[in-house]
Design a protein around this ligand. Structure first.
Ligand SMILES: Cc1cc2nc3c(=O)[nH]c(=O)nc-3n(C[C@H](O)[C@H](O)[C@H](O)COP(=O)(O)OP(=O)(O)OC[C@H]3O[C@@H](n4cnc5c(N)ncnc54)[C@H](O)[C@@H]3O)c2cc1C
Length: 422
């Protein structure tokens, strides 16, 4: 899908996955002249290869496959005059003295220059690779990330494995355990170094339990064997500090090691723009309008923080697109959102007290499984909201909504706390 495009815009959305699609539609809805840039040939982002169902339960109250979910937004875009350019890569962004952003685009027709008042970064995330985790041994063919295995099977129609071990119990790993089994491969087991499952419980039940694939927690892969192709891996039990337990080593013969060991926001462009990245989310810090600390640059979807449900991605991206369309340079009074130790992270990290966006959804993950806890958001002595959670798990993103008008001016932070239900 390539259209002719001009060179000046109100909003340029970078990335045509579910975040970029929703942001572009909502920017256009509030009257912005909008450009959507996607580096791949087709829109849809990671959803193109997610042919399993389970998308859109919150947004459309339906169980859709990834391509079906993406198609909903692609159809919406067809009724707009958003300019779309696929097979186009944004390689650089600079801000001119007049505040307008200058983007360099690499296209099939050569280098293009675009000028835009606001930018929405919707560039998704990357999978952690074998180089980012420490495994001894050789580096033969047959070590691949779960997303790459999914691309081989679902897009290219090729089977990359016959018998594999999966390291990491993230959702993509669980989904690929089922997918590879259905396609005739043997999945020896899923190995997880942590005590807890990394993915959603529903994926554990539907992808592993239903197919009798064992999950081994507190166990990791410590060595790879093989010259040209993987021939075996060594697995080993680990204690709570992730230290190996000597004597627990076991060799498993297999031709592949599939990695599902985490996702990291794709933040090359943000880094180029010197945007502060949050050490916890690894994405840019942003306020409730999804505006980063750099005026005029917004971020949404997995580029902001890694989401487990696409529905959350779309709803946040709609706010990002609308706010980018309304963007005007002004002083922002930003209040930091801080959290207790028990949370892995909370987003947004900032609240813009003067913004028109008077409600803020605070999304958070806990560090470990928590039961019967209250989550309270306070501003000074003022309780903005308190909610009881029967169970919270690190793999499941939770959210709670605060009313910005309830925040007292003069309080220098918003605090997200966790306490026992009395
Ligand atoms: C295997 C898997 C299974 C999942 N299963 C479910 C599920 O069952 N239910 C559910 O609700 N959610 C599921 N999710 C989560 C959901 O799919 C993601 O949260 C969502 O797709 C993230 O959307 P995004 O737009 O932020 O990123 P992406 O979908 O990754 O889109 C980012 C886009 O940006 C483009 N891009 C990046 N850099 C540039 C650049 N410099 N220039 C131009 N374009 C660029 C990329 O090509 C890509 O198309 C799953 C995710 C995965 C990976």
């Amino acid at each position: 899908m390539i259209q002719q495009f001009e060179n000046t815009y109100d909003v340029t959305v970078i990335g045509g996955g579910p975040a970029g699609l929703a942001a572009a539609v909502s920017a256009w809805e509030v009257g912005a002249k909008t450009l959507l840039v996607e580096r791949e040939e087709k829109l849809g982002g990671i959803l193109k290869q997610c042919i399993h169902d389970g998308f859109g339960l919150l947004m459309f109250k339906q169980k859709l496959t990834g391509p079906e979910y993406a198609q909903y937004y692609i159809e919406m875009l067809k009724n707009t005059d958003v300019n779309i350019t696929c097979s186009t890569f944004v390689t650089d962004i600079n801000r001119q003295d007049d505040g307008i952003f200058h983007l360099i685009l690499v296209t099939h027709h050569g280098i293009k220059h675009i000028y835009t008042k606001a930018i929405v970064l919707a560039t998704g995330c990357r999978e952690r690779s074998a180089k980012q985790i420490f495994i001894h041994g050789t580096r033969p063919a047959g070590i691949l990330t779960a997303g790459t295995a999914q691309y081989y099977v679902n897009i290219l129609g090729q089977m990359p494995v016959k018998k594999c071990v999966i390291l990491g119990s993230g959702d993509i790993g669980l989904i690929m355990a089922r997918r590879l089994t259905l396609e005739g491969a043997e999945v020896e087991g899923v190995y997880e170094a942590k005590k807890e499952l990394g993915g959603l419980l529903r994926n554990y039940s539907q992808c592993l339990m239903d197919f009798n694939i064992p999950l081994h927690t507190q166990t990791t892969v410590t060595r790879v064997f093989g010259e040209k192709r993987v021939s075996a891996v060594e697995v080993c039990s680990v204690d709570e500090n992730m230290s190996r337990i000597n004597g627990s080593e076991r060799i498993i013969e297999c031709d592949s090691l599939i990695l599902s060991v985490g996702l990291i926001p794709e933040n090359e462009l943000a880094e180029k723009m010197n945007i502060t990245l949050d050490a916890e989310t690894k994405g840019p810090a942003a306020d409730q309008c999804y505006q980063t600390k750099k005026d005029g640059i917004f971020v949404c979807g997995n580029a902001f923080h890694v989401n487990d449900l696409v529905d959350y991605v779309s709803s946040g991206a709609r706010i990002a697109g609308k706010c980018a369309a309304k963007y005007k340079k002004r002083e922002r009074r930003l209040i930091p959102v801080i959290h207790d130790e028990k949370f892995a992270y909370c987003v947004p990290q900032l609240i813009d007290i003067d913004s028109d966006q008077k409600k803020a959804d605070i999304y958070f993950r806990t560090k470990q499984k928590e039961e019967d806890k209250h989550v309270t958001v306070t501003s000074g002595d003022n309780i903005l909201i308190a909610k009881k959670y029967i169970e919270m798990r690190p793999s499941e993103l939770e959210h709670i909504q605060i009313d910005i008008d309830k925040i007292e001016y003069g309080n220098d932070k918003i605090h997200v706390k966790m306490g026992k239900v009395e």
